[in-house]
Design a protein around this ligand. Structure first.
Ligand SMILES: [Zn+2]
Length: 135
């Protein structure tokens, strides 16, 4: 029974993390829209299908969850102590993939802005950054 409970709690935690992961994206989309820029979401045919794509300006924005994408020196990013053998390679793999996608996008001539989940908490600062990147 204990095992069942902890399994359920674990998957509940995961769901919460996943759901939370989309909130920063919504924050960024709303700000970009409010600044007057139009974008497409997760466009196919680009490395890693970036979150926001402004093809005319050749700019993309990634919104990364701190946990899933291993934000360095961030308290939201850590490898869970339980099932470390599962998490470590998985999270490392995400990080490697991000790096590769970023490099490929830049090679193709795209400007890339990465926004971390924890950076979406300060709306004013975020808006300034987005505005600087987009203009
Ligand atoms: Zn972070």
């Amino acid at each position: 029974l204990t095992d069942k409970i902890s399994r359920e709690r674990r998957s509940e935690n995961m769901r919460r993390i996943r759901a939370k992961d989309t909130l920063p994206e919504m924050v960024v989309r709303r700000l970009v829209w409010g600044l007057g820029y139009r974008y497409r979401l997760h466009r196919k045919g680009l490395p890693g299908r970036p979150d926001l794509v402004m093809a005319g300006r050749r700019k993309v924005i990634w919104v990364h969850g701190c946990f899933w994408h291993c934000h360095e020196d961030c308290k939201e990013a850590h490898i869970p102590k339980s099932r470390r053998e599962y998490w470590a390679p998985k999270l490392e793999g995400n990080k490697r993939r991000d790096k590769k996608n970023l490099a490929r996008l830049r090679e193709l001539g795209w400007s890339v802005l990465v926004i971390w989940e924890c950076e979406t908490l300060d709306g004013e600062r975020l808006e300034k950054r987005l505005s600087r990147f987009l203009r």
